[in-house]
Design a protein around this ligand. Sequence first.
Ligand code: NAP
Length: 205
Amino acid sequence: MSLDGRISTRAGDSRISSQDDLVRVHALRARMDAILVGSGTVLADDPCLTTRLVDGPSPLRVVVDGRARTPPGARVLDDGAPTVIYVSRKAPSGRVAALQEKCDVVVLGEEHVDLAAMLDDLDARGVRTAMLEGGGGLNAAMFAAGLVDKVHITVAPFVIGGKDSVPLVGGDGVTSVDDAPHLELENVEVIGAEVLLRYRVQRCD
Ligand SMILES: NC(=O)c1ccc[n+]([C@@H]2O[C@H](COP(=O)([O-])OP(=O)(O)OC[C@H]3O[C@@H](n4cnc5c(N)ncnc54)[C@H](OP(=O)(O)O)[C@@H]3O)[C@@H](O)[C@H]2O)c1
């Protein structure tokens, strides 16, 4: 994210990370069983979500896509790695059928994808480690559902600003700081012009 917590400009420019940080992220992906993104990220960036910048396996690609808006030609559906798309019962059947020709599609939840049930389904597929890579809407929903264990953030030396840029965590936000997920700082690393922050999410229970 930028210093002011943005992950994309209002015009959709999300090239926040340096090349060195992208390589680090690809190496981290290679150690994961799955990578998760929301449909907004697929529509905005058309990412491959593979480990093409490093040697190592590409994990399962997961798209959280309530309304099945992922285009059948999206790069996340190429043969670079297996993909599963989670949709809700709101997804139009025609779009679901088109995606089923390309990958595994799982229906979970009424209005939105049931995120806890999604992680249970991934667990049943053998997924033990999953890395959420955004965007802001899905980040917010995963925090709100209490499903985030660790946060690794690279702060890039930019200030993007603007009310229409994309925040790291979207949604409605909390009204009281008491209700905010609290993080325990594990590690700070300065890498060139960027700062990598590693946190553990504190549990209230
Ligand atoms: N700089 C970076 O590292 C980085 C990384 C990733 C993304 N980005 C940027 O982030 C932006 C995309 O963020 P975004 O917030 O628009 O989209 P997003 O978080 O990628 O996806 C949001 C979508 O997820 C779907 N969803 C499914 N189940 C959900 C649930 N239970 N709760 C919440 N959402 C659910 C919703 O679609 P339905 O309503 O259809 O369910 C929602 O519209 C892009 O501009 C991208 O460039 C930047």
